[in-house]
Design a protein around this ligand. Structure first.
Ligand SMILES: Cc1cc2nc3c(=O)[nH]c(=O)nc-3n(C[C@H](O)[C@H](O)[C@H](O)COP(=O)(O)O)c2cc1C
Length: 439
């Protein structure tokens, strides 16, 4: 389902807030989107950008992904695993909605690019998947924030050693790229994954939901045909100052010299929809955290029976996870902690719980820690580990992963004790209508 169909379907379910009053891309829209966090927000009228609509929040809730992919929420993780295990080359088409309008000239000022906070370096594109072709590893699709520098250039934040950065380093001259905005959700989800080198994210997306692709006009890259906006260009060897800008943890990321992208061509759909997401907001978090759940699940399953994994929003959907296991042996909880760290290299704190604890309910997780955990026996600490560069409390090393301590809590019922002593008491069911006045 393309993005506009998703917004319409979600609207019919009452999940969309529509703002018809004209709004400014300069701070105002970000503030409104933040005030409506968790909802899909459709801005119908953008000051100075006639013809464009803006949506935010489309990736802010798992039920939006479930609706878009036509799956129950509980099947999302298995479907991601299926896509990674058995990617399918997307169908190629000759004519595509993303080419309906070809702009006669490149002028980034015509796009409704948001400025989010007064302290930002400038207007930023936040929901852009960049497609490149790596001479060794093939196509790569990944999100990168883009600081608008002028009418035809961006500075792109390329984190070292990720696919786009590696392809850019390997390329002797300019690296052709396609910047796609307003994507079907399966493409956004796949773009946020870091599969093994050589695995094409668009082929993963195509397993989640059929994703036709079309050739760009000025280079040989293939882009999702249903994208709302495609900017074709080149990642040059020139550098520019990028940042400050908020990052996933909701703290401010600093200033770095980053590659400049030169835009050669802009195409879009008729009545285009521009997707903007708030840095550090729910969409950013869910897109980052959700693709790590299958990788943690797979690693934990090697050492214990893993039932479920949640990368929790309180930890920026990056640093914290809760893992649910069916405990079969004394070491399962401890082994699950270590496996979870292997499953997601940036994970800093993890709690392992039994199958009777609802990992989506933070109160239940805290209850498990309160009643099943003893720090002298069940706490696992690791020091001087490679961790996330997004954690301001880590020891930052420019160009490398930060160094961090890690902590795992085995909050499962201790082995070979009376399990009944650890069960939550259950009250009986009642028919409340019998007891309450109907007034
Ligand atoms: C909304 C969003 C914004 C992101 N911004 C950046 C960014 O600015 N720079 C970056 O290197 N990675 C960024 N990422 C992370 C990468 O897109 C993600 O890790 C991706 O899986 C990398 O894939 P790769 O390892 O195949 O290149 C962002 C992810 C999301 C979901």
């Amino acid at each position: 389902m393309d993005l506009r169909s998703l917004v319409d379907r979600a609207d019919a379910l009452g999940w969309v807030k529509t703002v018809t009053r004209p709004v400014s891309a300069e701070l105002e829209m970000a503030n409104v989107a933040n005030a409506l966090a968790g909802r899909i927000v459709r801005f119908e009228s953008i000051l100075g950008h006639a013809g464009w609509r803006v949506v935010t929040g489309v990736c802010a809730d798992r039920r939006y992904f479930a609706l878009s992919l036509g799956l129950p929420r509980e099947r999302l993780r298995d479907q991601m695993v299926a896509g990674i295990r058995n990617p399918q080359t997307p169908p190629r088409v000759e004519r595509a909605p993303c080419h309906e309008v070809v702009e006669p000239r490149v002028d980034l000022n015509e796009l409704p690019i948001l400025r989010h906070l007064p302290t930002d370096a400038g207007p930023y594109v936040t929901a852009a998947a960049i497609i490149v072709f790596d001479p060794q590893d093939g196509p790569n699709v990944a999100f990168h924030r883009l600081l608008q520098l002028n009418r035809h250039q961006f500075a792109a934040r390329l984190v070292e050693n990720r696919g786009t950065y590696v392809a850019w380093q390997r390329c002797k001259g300019d690296l052709p790229c396609a910047i796609c905005v307003g994507l079907p959700l399966q493409v956004s989800l796949a773009a946020a994954m870091s599969p093994a080198a050589g695995l094409d994210e668009l082929a993963i997306a195509n397993v989640l939901s059929v994703t036709p692709v079309v050739n760009c006009h000025t280079n040989h890259l293939w882009v999702p045909a249903e994208a709302e906006l495609v900017m074709e260009g080149r990642i040059t060897k020139n550098l520019a100052r990028e940042g400050p800008f908020p990052d996933l943890t909701g703290t401010m990321d600093g200033v770095r010299e980053q590659p400049v992208i030169e835009i050669d061509r802009i195409t879009h759909r008729r009545d285009p929809i521009y997707h903007a997401l708030l840095p550090g907001g729910l969409e950013h978090k869910l897109l980052m955290g959700m693709p790590r759940e299958p990788t943690i699940f797979a690693e934990v399953n090697r050492v214990a029976e893993c039932r479920d994994v949640l990368v929790t929003p309180g930890g920026g959907s990056w640093l914290h996870a809760v893992v649910q296991i069916a405990k079969r042996g004394p070491e399962d909880g401890r082994q699950a902690v270590l496996a979870a760290f292997r499953g997601h290299g940036s994970l800093k704190h993890v709690v392992v719980v039994d199958a009777d604890v609802d990992i989506h309910d933070p109160q239940q997780v805290e209850w498990a820690i309160a009643t099943r955990f003893q720090a002298d026996q069940d706490l696992i600490t690791l020091f001087d580990q490679p961790g996330s560069s997004l954690d301001p409390s880590g020891r930052q090393q420019p160009g490398q992963k930060a160094l961090t301590s890690k902590m795992g809590l085995d909050a499962t019922v201790p082995w070979q004790v009376d399990p009944n002593a650890f069960q939550r008491v259950q009250y009986g069911p009642v028919e409340l209508d019998l007891y309450l006045d109907r007034t």
